[in-house]
Ligand binder design. Structure first.
Ligand SMILES: [Zn+2]
Length: 105
């Protein structure tokens, strides 16, 4: 962790981490939610860039609690995509390190 880095709390595991290790979800003044890329204005909630935290956030709708309102499903779907890829199996997350395709040999 770099010096002077801003630290925020993950709304799932409540651990404090550098912002660069967190995904920020913001609610803009129109009440629309989005996943922030870089700096974003608006009220935000943070989740670790961690499979477990994201999974729990999706399962428990942790963002709804953070924002105290209904967060649309698309945000959760986006989180899921960001973390697991577009073709992520829902309940059958394969261990990482499984590589498809040709290997060097
Ligand atoms: Zn976390």
């Amino acid at each position: 962790m770099k010096k002077d880095e801003v630290v925020r709390m993950c709304c799932v595991c409540r651990q404090r981490k550098a912002k660069s290790e967190l995904i920020k979800i913001v609610k803009n003044k129109d009440g629309k939610f989005s996943i922030a890329e870089g700096y974003a204005e608006g009220r935000g909630a943070y989740i670790c860039k961690d499979k477990n935290c994201i999974e729990i956030a999706i399962k428990k709708r942790a963002l709804n609690r953070s924002f105290k309102c209904e967060v649309n499903k698309e945000i959760y779907l986006k989180l899921e995509k960001n973390c697991f890829g577009a073709n992520a199996p829902r309940n059958d997350v394969k261990p990482s390190g499984v590589k498809l395709g040709s290997s060097k040999n």
